[in-house]
Ligand binder design. Structure first.
Ligand code: NDP
Length: 419
């Protein structure tokens, strides 16, 4: 049916590309382009003989709009799937506009250099106006709305698991179970064990920035910010068991607050073990999570990038990770005048993912929805001009595709609530 250009070839892209290759009646051609082309070639070789899709590779610097434009003009894809880092979102959107191609990603824009004065001025104004201090937010990408609309192009933002599937679960709950959703609790549990004292499940720089930042939630029309890790709850997760979880800021809260009419409270919790938190605190205290450059032996280094080089590569965790993830949402609200609550969730087994695509479940649960969102834009079901997050479309075809492509979900109509 069409051609996808995937940018980035890390953990998430590895899964998304294998899923596109499995779905070769939709993805008849796949071009994999990244900073390090050897990784793209290795993946192409791995897929040799396993798919009817025609696979090509390229090298690209996705920080450079001209290089991206040249690549897109040469490849001529129907859609670009951005699975590089959130730092590249805007350059890739610019290149899509310049070449007339649809755009899809899994994480909203984040500035790489948070010391840049021009960026900081906008950031500090936003902190004051909106009341949360995360380095990432949707304003940068929502600012492309008119340009995508005028160009007749779709930009689909945040089609991973969270954001992504959690927002589709919300749209599905609103369509089929509620007249009014009052509260949403998003619960992200990773019950996996990789056997290392400390490692992150996806890009360490992005992951550690997210976790060490202040938490925040949406309540009664405004943001409430709290010190990092200061709200803790315990929850008994289906197929995983009892875990500690902590309230974090998370990007889908921002778009759900805008798109779910009348919602009163949205919170996001993620599970962490004590050992992970102790390691992270220690690294933070000694300055290893710093994202600004320091001089070392006459050379500029960024501490968090050095840390990334020391930590296990998230892509290498697959064979050693055992256990399951359980990610989902608890909704409360009303239907036909009566109070009700439901939970929609997916359980994913790390080892089953490894058997299928040689990846752990974190990349799997992001890569599968990235393929699904891309498929729905390509086949026209989710194609409309403008910039959208996933809850703004009909959830039904996406929910069907989750069941078909490896992330089956469950609706529990009598869930335990979080206080
Ligand atoms: P990785 O670090 O494993 O992969 C990133 C890839 O992007 C690498 O192949 C890297 O190249 C490439 N890349 C980085 N910078 C450039 C550049 N300037 N030009 C070209 N290529 C570049 O990250 P993940 O796969 O873990 O994450 C990918 C995305 O998925 C991120 O945006 C992350 O935030 C998002 N994500 C979303 C989740 C969700 O549920 N919504 C969950 C997890 C992740 P190289 O190989 O040379 O380093």
């Amino acid at each position: 049916m069409g051609k996808v250009l995937v940018i980035g070839c890390g953990g998430v892209a590895g899964v998304a590309i294998q899923k596109c290759a499995q779905n070769d009646s939709v993805f008849t051609e796949i071009c994999i382009a990244s900073r390090t082309e050897s990784k793209c070639i290795a993946l192409k070789n791995k897929l040799e003989g396993k798919t009817k899709a025609v696979i090509t590779t390229a090298q690209v610097d996705a920080d450079n709009v001209d290089s991206l434009v040249a690549l897109i003009n040469q490849v001529k894809p129907d859609v670009v799937l951005n699975l590089a880092l959130p730092y590249q979102d805007l350059t890739i959107m610019d290149a899509c506009l310049a070449t007339g191609v649809h755009y899809i990603d899994t994480a909203n824009y984040e500035a790489e250099d948070t010391e840049d004065p021009a960026w900081r001025a906008i950031y500090e104004k936003r902190c004051k106006e909106l009341g949360f201090s995360a380095y990432f937010d949707y304003s940068w990408q929502w600012a492309y709305q008119e340009r995508f609309k005028e160009a007749g192009l779709t930009a689909l933002l945040g089609t991973g698991f969270d954001p992504g599937v959690t927002s589709v679960f919300t749209a599905y709950a609103l369509k089929h179970y509620f007249d009014q959703i009052d509260t949403i609790d998003i619960l992200d549990c990773n019950g996996g064990d990789h056997g290392y004292p400390f490692a992150t499940n996806f890009n360490p720089e992005i992951n550690l920035r997210e976790v060490s930042a202040p938490g925040s939630y949406w309540e009664n029309g405004k943001w409430i910010e709290i010190p990092a890790m200061s709200i803790k709850r315990e929850y008994n997760f289906e197929e995983v068991g009892m875990k500690d979880m902590y309230l974090l800021h998370h990007e889908e809260i921002e778009s759900l607050a805008k798109n779910i009419p009348g919602v009163k409270r949205i919170r996001f919790f993620m599970t962490f073990g004590q050992s992970y938190l102790t390691h992270m605190k220690c690294l933070e205290n000694v300055g290893m999570l710093r994202t600004d450059p320091i001089m070392f032996n006459g050379q500029e280094i960024v501490p968090i990038q050095l840390l990334k080089a020391l930590l296990p590569d998230p892509a290498s965790l697959g064979p050693r990770t055992v256990g399951k993830t359980n990610i989902g949402c608890i909704f409360t609200g009303t239907k036909d005048g009566k109070q009700r609550s439901i939970k929609i969730y997916n359980v994913c087994d790390h080892q089953e993912c490894y058997k299928e695509v040689e990846s752990q479940a974190i990349s799997y649960t992001t890569g599968v929805p990235a393929m699904i969102g891309t498929m729905l834009v390509m086949n026209g079901l989710w194609k409309k001009p403008g910039v959208f997050t996933v809850e703004e479309f009909d959830p039904d075809p996406y929910m069907d595709a989750l069941n078909k492509w490896g992330l089956p979900w469950v609706v529990d109509e009598n869930p335990v609530l979080v206080d």
